[in-house]
Design a protein around this ligand. Sequence first.
Ligand SMILES: [Zn+2]
Length: 144
Amino acid sequence: MGPGPGARSVIDYALARRAALTGLQAGRVSRPEVCDASPYLLRAARHHGEPTTRTCPVCLAGDPERPKPGDPLVNVIYGYGDELGGTSGRTWATADLPTLAGRFSELQIYVVEVCAECGWNHLVTSYVIGTGGPPVRRVSRRAE
Ligand SMILES: [Zn+2]
Protein backbone atom coordinates (compact mmCIF):
# COMPACT_ATOMS: atom_id res chain seq x y z
CA MET A 1 0.00 0.00 0.00
CA GLY A 2 3.08 2.21 -0.06
CA PRO A 3 3.63 4.82 -2.71
CA GLY A 4 5.60 2.38 -4.84
CA PRO A 5 8.92 2.78 -6.62
CA GLY A 6 9.62 6.09 -8.28
CA ALA A 7 7.29 8.08 -6.04
CA ARG A 8 8.71 11.38 -4.84
CA SER A 9 7.78 14.12 -2.40
CA VAL A 10 6.21 11.46 -0.19
CA ILE A 11 4.36 12.83 2.82
CA ASP A 12 3.11 10.55 5.56
CA TYR A 13 0.19 11.93 7.55
CA ALA A 14 0.37 9.41 10.40
CA LEU A 15 1.23 12.09 12.97
CA ALA A 16 -1.67 14.34 11.99
CA ARG A 17 -3.95 11.30 12.01
CA ARG A 18 -2.85 10.32 15.49
CA ALA A 19 -3.31 13.92 16.67
CA ALA A 20 -6.89 13.93 15.35
CA LEU A 21 -7.66 10.68 17.17
CA THR A 22 -5.99 11.84 20.39
CA GLY A 23 -8.05 15.02 20.17
CA LEU A 24 -11.20 12.98 19.77
CA GLN A 25 -10.39 10.78 22.77
CA ALA A 26 -9.57 13.83 24.88
CA GLY A 27 -12.80 15.52 23.83
CA ARG A 28 -11.01 18.42 22.15
CA VAL A 29 -12.55 17.46 18.83
CA SER A 30 -16.08 16.19 18.31
CA ARG A 31 -16.94 13.09 16.38
CA PRO A 32 -18.80 14.99 13.65
CA GLU A 33 -15.62 17.01 13.12
CA VAL A 34 -13.48 13.98 12.34
CA CYS A 35 -16.24 11.91 10.72
CA ASP A 36 -17.04 14.57 8.16
CA ALA A 37 -16.71 12.63 4.89
CA SER A 38 -18.66 14.45 2.21
CA PRO A 39 -21.37 12.58 0.29
CA TYR A 40 -19.00 12.62 -2.67
CA LEU A 41 -16.18 11.02 -0.68
CA LEU A 42 -18.55 8.41 0.78
CA ARG A 43 -19.75 7.55 -2.70
CA ALA A 44 -16.15 7.26 -3.91
CA ALA A 45 -15.38 5.01 -0.93
CA ARG A 46 -18.29 2.71 -1.73
CA HIS A 47 -17.62 2.45 -5.45
CA HIS A 48 -13.87 2.93 -5.80
CA GLY A 49 -12.50 2.29 -2.33
CA GLU A 50 -9.78 -0.31 -2.03
CA PRO A 51 -10.09 -2.59 0.98
CA THR A 52 -7.41 -2.34 3.64
CA THR A 53 -6.62 -4.59 6.59
CA ARG A 54 -7.10 -1.64 8.95
CA THR A 55 -10.26 -1.04 10.92
CA CYS A 56 -11.89 2.29 11.62
CA PRO A 57 -10.30 3.92 14.67
CA VAL A 58 -13.52 5.75 15.52
CA CYS A 59 -16.01 2.90 15.24
CA LEU A 60 -13.47 0.83 17.15
CA ALA A 61 -13.35 3.41 19.92
CA GLY A 62 -16.61 2.04 21.25
CA ASP A 63 -20.05 2.94 20.11
CA PRO A 64 -22.52 1.36 22.58
CA GLU A 65 -24.96 0.80 19.74
CA ARG A 66 -22.32 -0.87 17.66
CA PRO A 67 -20.72 -3.63 19.71
CA LYS A 68 -18.92 -5.23 16.81
CA PRO A 69 -15.29 -4.43 16.11
CA GLY A 70 -14.38 -1.48 13.93
CA ASP A 71 -15.55 -1.36 10.36
CA PRO A 72 -12.96 -1.90 7.65
CA LEU A 73 -11.31 1.15 6.19
CA VAL A 74 -10.97 1.63 2.47
CA ASN A 75 -8.43 3.73 0.63
CA VAL A 76 -9.62 6.21 -1.97
CA ILE A 77 -6.89 7.34 -4.34
CA TYR A 78 -7.12 10.70 -6.07
CA GLY A 79 -4.88 11.91 -8.85
CA TYR A 80 -4.37 15.57 -9.67
CA GLY A 81 -2.39 17.17 -12.45
CA ASP A 82 -2.67 19.67 -15.29
CA GLU A 83 -1.81 16.89 -17.69
CA LEU A 84 -4.97 14.99 -16.73
CA GLY A 85 -7.15 17.84 -17.95
CA GLY A 86 -10.80 17.21 -17.10
CA THR A 87 -10.02 13.97 -15.33
CA SER A 88 -7.84 15.70 -12.74
CA GLY A 89 -9.26 14.96 -9.32
CA ARG A 90 -10.85 11.65 -10.22
CA THR A 91 -10.22 8.41 -8.38
CA TRP A 92 -7.81 5.73 -9.55
CA ALA A 93 -6.99 2.19 -8.60
CA THR A 94 -3.56 1.30 -7.25
CA ALA A 95 -3.19 -0.93 -10.31
CA ASP A 96 -3.52 2.14 -12.58
CA LEU A 97 -0.69 4.07 -10.98
CA PRO A 98 2.31 2.44 -12.70
CA THR A 99 0.72 3.18 -16.09
CA LEU A 100 0.03 6.77 -15.09
CA ALA A 101 3.56 7.16 -13.77
CA GLY A 102 4.98 6.05 -17.11
CA ARG A 103 2.66 8.19 -19.18
CA PHE A 104 2.62 11.58 -17.45
CA SER A 105 5.30 13.93 -16.22
CA GLU A 106 3.99 14.89 -12.82
CA LEU A 107 0.85 13.81 -11.02
CA GLN A 108 0.00 14.48 -7.41
CA ILE A 109 -1.53 11.45 -5.72
CA TYR A 110 -3.54 11.59 -2.51
CA VAL A 111 -4.56 8.50 -0.58
CA VAL A 112 -7.49 9.04 1.79
CA GLU A 113 -8.73 6.41 4.21
CA VAL A 114 -12.47 6.35 4.70
CA CYS A 115 -14.91 4.52 6.94
CA ALA A 116 -18.17 4.34 5.01
CA GLU A 117 -20.03 3.54 8.24
CA CYS A 118 -19.23 6.58 10.36
CA GLY A 119 -17.65 8.94 7.87
CA TRP A 120 -14.19 8.98 9.43
CA ASN A 121 -11.70 10.11 6.82
CA HIS A 122 -8.09 11.15 6.89
CA LEU A 123 -5.27 11.69 4.47
CA VAL A 124 -2.89 8.74 4.70
CA THR A 125 -0.18 9.80 2.31
CA SER A 126 0.47 12.01 -0.67
CA TYR A 127 3.17 11.75 -3.26
CA VAL A 128 4.16 12.66 -6.77
CA ILE A 129 4.49 10.16 -9.60
CA GLY A 130 5.49 10.60 -13.21
CA THR A 131 8.41 10.58 -15.56
CA GLY A 132 9.57 14.06 -14.57
CA GLY A 133 9.91 14.77 -18.28
CA PRO A 134 8.09 17.42 -20.31
CA PRO A 135 4.38 17.68 -19.51
CA VAL A 136 2.29 15.51 -21.80
CA ARG A 137 -0.41 17.97 -22.77
CA ARG A 138 2.00 20.69 -23.75
CA VAL A 139 3.78 18.26 -26.05
CA SER A 140 0.55 17.21 -27.76
CA ARG A 141 -0.60 20.83 -28.11
CA ARG A 142 2.64 21.76 -29.84
CA ALA A 143 2.15 18.82 -32.20
CA GLU A 144 -1.28 20.04 -33.29
ZN1 LIG B 1 -15.96 4.27 11.37
